[in-house]
Design a binder for this molecule. Structure first.
Ligand code: C5P
Length: 309
């Protein structure tokens, strides 16, 4: 059996509407996912036992220190899930090459899990009569994490429920982004918990989130300025409370000409929308000179989800 390599994108949330805390510990979301051109690569190769290695992608300065290489890595759980479904033994070596910031609010761990699902299915499933259809992989993905199905799908999509029920969105054109990473990640559960705490202290109920019509119209029109005005993230106050320095990063991006600025998902990566590719490159340079970010990265979206290469 030949090795299988899968390329998988990062995401930024264009709208992250967070409803009240549910009994199961999750929140109902309206989550507009947008896949951007920062890619991890996962290679699956037959081996004696399940093994994971993690390295920075060539040319990437992503800090991989905190990434688990045992069962704590979501990609390992993905491999076990596919093996169990196919009645195979999870004898696979997964090599993860990371360019997506770790614990950065860009779903890098979920992306690796999605890539591992696809790579292991390709390795062990029967190509003539596949036991696992794309819809089955999406379902397995939802068992692994709320953001995993989107990493399989890619593009731009509205996620409801925990974020795992996806509907593709109509998008025209390409949007150009700058991402400012921070040293040290933020824990997603901690950011959700802080969001609940802030809301409880404020009092008054939490409404169910609603999809933004202005955002969907901006996407359909390919209008970066209108999209910038419609970007929202209900987790942003919590991320800023846990990491106050992010306020200065967002302000710097706006001062340096970003059309729009927000914390990506649960943070701490900050996302800036530019008018075009040249605008994004100029903004990234200016943010680098300002020295407010660990690293700046440029990317465009939407891009396809996990793809065998
Ligand atoms: O689904 P996943 O394991 O990626 O979620 C990580 C954590 O994020 C959950 O344990 C929960 O604390 C929080 N979360 C949430 N509501 C969602 C998605 C995630 O509260 N819809």
């Amino acid at each position: 059996m030949n090795p299988v390599s899968v390329r998988v994108p990062a995401k930024v949330n264009l709208q992250l509407g967070v409803g009240p805390l549910r009994d199961d510990g999750y929140h109902d979301l309206v989550n507009v996912f947008h896949a951007v051109s920062l890619f991890d690569e996962v290679t699956a190769e037959p081996a004696d036992e399940l093994r994971i290695t993690v390295e920075a992608a060539p040319g990437s300065r992503v800090a991989i220190g905190g990434v688990p290489t045992g069962d704590g890595n979501l990609a390992a759980r993905a491999a076990r899930l596919v093996a169990e479904r196919l009645g195979a033994a999870p004898r696979v070596a997964l090599r993860i090459r990371k360019a997506i910031p770790v614990a950065g609010g860009m779903a890098g761990g979920s992306a690796d899990a999605a890539a591992a699902l696809l790579a292991c299915a390709r390795l062990w499933d029967d190509p003539a009569a596949p036991a696992l259809a794309p819809a089955d992989l999406l379902n397995l993905g939802a068992r692994l994490g709320s953001d995993v199905p989107f990493a399989l799908l890619g593009g731009t999509a509205v996620g409801t429920g925990r974020g795992e029920r996806l509907t593709a969105a109509t998008v025209h054109g390409t949007f150009h982004w700058v991402f400012a990473t921070a040293d040290g990640g933020l824990s997603t559960p901690a950011v959700y918990a802080e969001c609940d705490r802030i809301r409880a202290a404020r009092g008054g109920g939490v409404p169910e989130p609603r999809e933004s019509g202005a955002l969907m119209a901006a996407l359909a029109a390919g209008d970066a300025e209108a999209l910038s005005a419609a970007l929202t993230n209900d987790l942003q106050p919590a991320a800023l409370a846990l990491r106050p320095s992010l306020r200065g990063v967002l302000d710097a991006g706006r001062d340096l000409g970003a059309l729009g600025a927000l914390v990506s998902g649960s943070g701490p990566t900050c996302a800036f929308l530019a008018a075009d590719a040249a605008g994004a490159a100029g903004l990234a340079d200016a943010l680098d000179r300002a020295g407010v970010a660990a690293q700046t990265l440029t990317a465009h979206g939407p891009v396809p989800g996990a793809t065998v290469i």
